[in-house]
Design a protein around this ligand. Sequence first.
Ligand SMILES: *Cc1c(COP(=O)(O)O)cnc(C)c1O
Length: 423
Amino acid sequence: MNAFENDVERARALEALLAGRYPDARGRYGPFGGRYVPETLIPAHERLEQGARRWLRDPDFQAELQRELRDWVGRPTALTPAPRLSARWGVELWLKREDLAHTGAHKINNALGQALLARRLGAQRVIAETGAGQHGVASAAACARVGLPCTVYMGAVDMERQAPNVGRMQLLGATVVAVQSGDRTLRAAIDEALRDWVSDPIGTYYLLGSAVGAHPYPYLVRELQAVIGREARAQMLERAGALPDALIACVGGGSNAIGLFHAFLADAAVEIVGIEAGGRGARLGENAATLVYGRPGVLHGSYSLLLQDQAGQIQDTHSISAGLDYPGVGPEHALLQQIGRVRYRCVDDEAALAALRECCELEGILPALESAHALAGARVLAAAQPRRRILVGLSGRGDKDMPTLTARLPHEQQAAQVSRRRE
Ligand SMILES: *Cc1c(COP(=O)(O)O)cnc(C)c1O
């Protein structure tokens, strides 16, 4: 099934995309996107849309953003050749190192940009929601830097599972609110954050963490993450002397992927692949591969692809990586898939773990489990088509995943015992 009737329509949509006509005036990417929110939230979204369109174009705002990206986030992040992985996989592999960005992942690009925007819009406080806690940490750090109080909603169940991140948020000055309603995880936290926003849509800024949600968030987050691809494209031309043959990133909500992909969409010779979480297998509930297995529907304010059952009920998802464990995906990815510009595939938990270990052992880099999915995708691509130049978006570092990794490491690795007989 495809959202477009035929190749002519798909080509027309690609043309519109490359001409910058998406999102359109209704916040749509072809048939996807839009703004499916309660009446009470429309004014807040409209205000944010006007603010985003004004300030993102403002030279003074851009100068401030660029300065903070350089001085505080540490941009540009490195482009690293990976010679030993290249030799093993039979390709020329390059890594765009978002793991080197402040707080350890790409999420800070978006959190900082939106915190600066919140200040320009005259907000008195910032709210956010978080599941695994990574976006909460980035938001707390950005708000501290910008000087705005930050409240993070987090399901009580998630708070228990992610205790170190709760501590980090609190150290960074944020108030973490334990959500006891509903499923007491991310879904309930989102509901609470929206309720808070409705009560004061002018004084409060809602800082969303991925390229999902109602218009203008997918657009705003893409614009703030597009710095990844702009840098990577220039760095490839300078360092490798050519563009990559293929470009790969992992896709949860889709922010690091859209950020990396965007500058390359017009380069028709560059193959672009998004890698989702294949989890334990293809059955509903066993993965978080929305673009691979999902069907169209509305979730969190946007029409996109979703993991749902026949009755339209959103399904539970599974991934070894918390950051990819989400039943929806940003609307621009749905469009990119349906027009055929980007291919979406998934790799399972075991493949991600294996790629993570290879990257550690051969390159001295511990990637996030999310990023390890992109590496595993590159490995599959390399096996099918060797000798190509491949650029992988390394979205974050893996220190946060140590509890999961320690539990999954083979037994003999857990403790290399030194036994020495006493003389
Ligand atoms: C959150 C996260 C992701 C997934 O989010 P996207 O919006 O899809 O980028 C990927 N990698 C890392 C390291 C993350 O923290």
